[in-house]
Design a protein around this ligand. Structure first.
Ligand code: FES
Ligand SMILES: [Fe+2]
Length: 397
């Protein structure tokens, strides 16, 4: 291959990582997995909302029974958006000329067509949904949805755990965020910027020694910053990361931080984060819930100017927002879609290379009409160390 052809080939491979439409390799791959699409608390029974995921427009609604349904974004008749319509029982009716659809996409009524049964050609798309951990998940593949198992986390299902879910929308391609979660070195720099909170103090600015290994569920990442300062993260294919972060007060138990980074389209992504906390007493519980009540709305992308032009982060005390603002600065600073053809990777980028190789391998399998790896929830609990010097970690995945 000439060096020009090689460069072109490399660029094509890089583009595969960032394009998620239905007719792209990554789009086909991601459609084999469950993804969160909404916070459960944002959707009341009898309400509908638009959802944008993987370059598709969809309508999410909850029937009067409370059950969620995900159908096409637009009415089959004249293509107005469906979420502006009426939810009636378990169905939704378009506000334009009253066509009605069931949760499985079937058109059940066309009032002005003078017919008893609408033809199948009037049906719209429908997708499987599943509620878990305060989130509504969807599966956008073809055929039967797989069992809802890979996204489950033991830390969310333990007795006495309280879970808070947040959602952020960033104008950035999804893959930058995935790469960042497998870049343990960034923690030593990014989380020291704007202001150093307990997370930055705990991790320190020491350069970690890194190791990565592929597991049945994804990638296990280990960052060693010295004896007793070992940080592990449990990354699950294709877009979830699980780490632990310090509690809100010095002696509070640590918090499980579980995040999904989902493409809305190629220039926007949605971050769904679950914070799971097991309080030892009521004071810790109130502190935790109070934190989210007070600050849980911070969306870094709404503060672009403040962050980039004035270097001003969220208010003092909003530690969760601060972590997010720091990560946003680094990743949004790469551009909406980072130009990876210009990057210069080194040994600290081992996680990023590991990650890309796995994605390229899986996309190649799909292209070759071969099965992809049977990704499944980890059987062995992964110890996620909680504090430097405390080897007897108490929080486990
Ligand atoms: S556009 Fe929906 S009924 Fe006409
Ligand atoms: Fe980070």
């Amino acid at each position: 291959m000439s060096s020009q052809t090689q460069a072109h080939h490399h660029l094509q491979k890089l583009n595969l990582l960032t394009q998620t439409g239905a007719d792209t390799d990554m789009g086909r791959l991601l459609r084999q997995f469950w993804h969160p699409i909404a916070l459960a608390k944002d959707l009341d029974a009898g309400q509908a909302m638009p959802v944008r995921i993987l370059n598709e427009e969809l309508t999410l609604y909850r029937g009067d029974s409370g059950r969620p349904y995900l159908v096409g974004g637009r009415c089959r008749h004249r293509q107005t958006v469906l979420h502006t319509g009426w939810v009636q029982g378990e169905r939704i009716r378009c506000m334009y000329h009253g066509w009605q659809f069931a949760g499985d996409g079937r058109c059940t009524e066309r009032p002005a067509e003078q017919e008893t049964t609408p033809p199948a050609i009037a049906n719209i798309a429908a997708h499987a949904v599943h509620e878990y951990g305060g989130l509504i998940f969807a599966w956008l593949g073809e055929g039967e949805a797989p069992e809802f198992n890979l996204p489950r986390k033991d830390c969310l299902e333990k007795d006495g755990v309280i879970v808070v879910a947040t959602k952020e929308s960033w104008r950035i391609n999804w893959f930058q965020q995935i790469e960042n979660s497998l870049d343990a070195t960034h923690v030593s720099f990014v989380h020291q910027t704007l202001r150093v909170a307990s997370f930055g103090e705990m991790v320190t600015n020491a350069i970690p020694e890194l190791s990565y290994s592929e597991t049945e569920a994804g990638i296990e990442q280990t960052a060693r910053r010295g004896p007793g300062n070992v940080r592990k993260s449990n990354w699950t294919f294709p877009n979830n990361n699980h780490v632990v972060v310090p509690g809100l007060a010095k002696d509070d138990p640590w918090i499980d931080f579980v995040i999904w980074m989902v493409p809305a389209d190629d220039e926007h992504s949605t971050r769904f984060t679950l914070y799971a906390f097991k309080p030892e007493n009521d004071e810790q519980k109130q502190r935790f819930l109070g934190q989210f009540e007070k600050y849980g709305q911070y969306n870094a992308d709404d503060h672009y100017d403040e962050l980039f032009h004035h270097r001003r982060g969220p208010v003092e005390g909003d530690v969760i927002g601060l972590i997010s603002a720091q990560d946003y600065l680094a990743q949004r600073g790469q551009g909406i879609i980072a130009d990876r053809s210009l990057e210069l990777l080194g040994r600290s980028d081992l996680g990023i290379m590991t990650l890309r190789r796995i994605f390229w391998r899986e996309m190649q399998a799909l292209r070759d009409k071969q099965p992809i790896k049977a990704w499944r929830k980890r059987e062995l609990p992964l110890e996620l160390p909680t504090q430097p010097g405390k080897q007897e970690a108490t929080l486990a995945e």
